[in-house]
Ligand binder design. Sequence first.
Ligand SMILES: [Zn+2]
Length: 67
Amino acid sequence: MMSSVPANNRKSKLLVYTIEECPVCGQKMKRAFQVGDYITKEGAACSKCGNATRVGLVYAETSKPSG
Ligand SMILES: [Zn+2]
């Protein structure tokens, strides 16, 4: 079990996502950002055609506190 994070941060968190895009079929896959990701980095295999995807976009959005 990990040590608990202090619960004093009531601000909405920033969630960062990476969009991997297949250059062959155009399939886009959204996943959580991982340290080291950058635009044009080679991503996972395309879920449609199996070709290597490229990171086309990295963006952040705020998580909604509730509901
Ligand atoms: Zn593809």
